[in-house]
Design a protein. Sequence first.
Length: 185
Amino acid sequence: MLYLKPLNYEDRALEYQFFQETPGENGFENHCRWLTYPDFVEAALPKLLGNAQGIGLVVGRVPETLFFLWEDSQIVGLFKVRHQLNQALRTGSGHIGYAIHPAFRGRGYGTRGLTLALEECRRLLPPEETELYLSCSKANSASLRVMLKNGAYLHHYDRRNYYLRIPLREPLNKCTSAPCGKFPP
């Protein structure tokens, strides 16, 4: 069974293992990868849990909940859901950042995980937020397909990235093949 579960103390050993085995790449930031297990448990974990509550945020950051994507008893991915946007997020990475563990890529976990993360966004984001903001590198065609399959549309692009939107309150028909429409190079 596939489900999302927020970062927590109970699963700290498996969460730590995921961070150690999943690189920061394609815009996904993994600040826990090089921590020792004691540093993760004693410093990073409490800080990340506080950040989800808006406690101890670094200037320029917003509340963010980390949801691990589980397949039965194994973590296969991570979805970072930002509860609101500041200007940098509104014009940059947006509401969600995610990574699938390298051993589980190419199996549809990103698409199914983003579907679950959208439900969390509908619950966490204020009602005035009608669209979810996402972005991906133009070189990351897998992530683009994940977003399109979850109802995203191209809002704009620049030299390096696509910036997409997904309606939160009234979803568009989901795209069944990527890319939907034409995307510039």
